[in-house]
Design a binder for this molecule. Structure first.
Ligand SMILES: [Fe+2]
Length: 305
């Protein structure tokens, strides 16, 4: 990962075109239903001002979009995040999670989600336990409100994390000797345990990483030394991820959007230093068009697949 966050600055003309697109979709959908917004965006798919799909997926690193149009009405920012998600794939919701194409991220006592707290949110991917058939491929984040002392979104690339690990640690983390507990917060009848490796290469040889707070551990049945070493490697990768995440994080401001490739880059959120801020982010999960085709075009999908 290069030192600088990769950035595309929309020209005033491109920003104006995007504002017109969002406004048109808003006017077309007086009922303000997310699935209606998505079907209108599909009808206008060639009107997004920049072709982002190849730029984003050929080199899956975080991508910051700047000089975006801003909206005083939350519906405008919601359509904006959906339009950006659709520019790199298909926005997706999960039937056993919150059944929504958009999630609001803000400090709130009204939600049990970990992203709605104010403490440090350690480095992780979203829905890490889910299989390659349904796990979100990317996150699109748009700031509707970001004023005052807003905390950083922490970002750590798998390649950079791996470069700071020893070869012994790398060797352990690439083995299928870890398990992840899943489903505690989902609408599943019981928790499930799935076997994973923390690091793995995808079909084209790019390094992926899988981390999820404290619900990953070495599988039982390993000998005592390997269990110990596997635990140490996990602890080490967690520490390094936070170090890199803090160095490479970014405060998402109004007029900006951040795209994060979920399998290749971990994210987290720094502590809220004080209460002098107002922040409302909208997040949409995005799956690749290929994954959407394999789901027969269904974008409200199950995490069991
Ligand atoms: Fe997250």
């Amino acid at each position: 990962m290069s030192a600088e966050l990769r950035k595309i600055n929309f020209s005033d003309n491109e920003s104006g075109k995007l504002k017109s697109l969002v406004t048109k979709v808003h006017e077309d959908c007086p009922s303000q239903i997310q699935s209606r917004y998505l079907s209108r965006l599909e009808a206008y798919e060639d009107q997004f001002p920049i072709r982002l799909t190849d730029i984003f997926w050929e080199d899956p690193r975080p991508l910051l979009l700047t000089n975006l149009p801003t909206f005083s009405d939350v519906e405008g920012s919601k359509i904006l995040v959906l339009s950006i998600g659709e520019a790199i794939g298909k926005c997706a919701g999960y039937s056993e999670y919150n059944q929504s194409y958009i999630t609001d991220i803000r400090p709130s006592t009204l939600s049990n989600e970990s992203s709605s707290g104010t403490e440090l949110l350690t480095m992780h991917n979203d829905l890490t336990f889910a299989s390659d058939h349904c796990r979100p491929s990317a996150l699109a984040l748009v700031a509707h409100t970001a004023e005052g002392n807003v905390p950083k979104t922490l970002l750590a690339d798998a390649v950079e994390i791996a470069s700071l690990l020893s070869s012994a640690e790398l060797n352990l983390l690439q083995q299928n000797i870890y398990e992840i507990r899943a489903g505690g917060k989902l609408r599943w009848p019981c928790e499930q345990v799935r076997r994973i490796s923390v690091l793995e290469h995808d079909a084209s040889g790019r390094l992926r990483i899988h981390m999820s707070f404290n619900n990953i551990c070495p599988i039982s049945g390993l000998d005592e030394t390997t269990t110990h070493q596997a635990n140490d490697a996990l602890k080490r990768v967690t520490e390094i991820a936070l170090e890199v995440g803090r160095a490479k994080g970014h405060v998402v401001k109004k007029g900006q959007a951040l795209l994060i490739p979920n399998d290749y880059v971990l994210h987290g959120r720094d502590v809220f230093e004080d209460e002098n801020f107002e922040r409302l982010l909208f997040r949409s999960y995005v799956i690749t068009r290929e994954m959407a085709r394999r789901q027969n075009g269904n974008t409200m999908i199950s995490l069991r697949l």
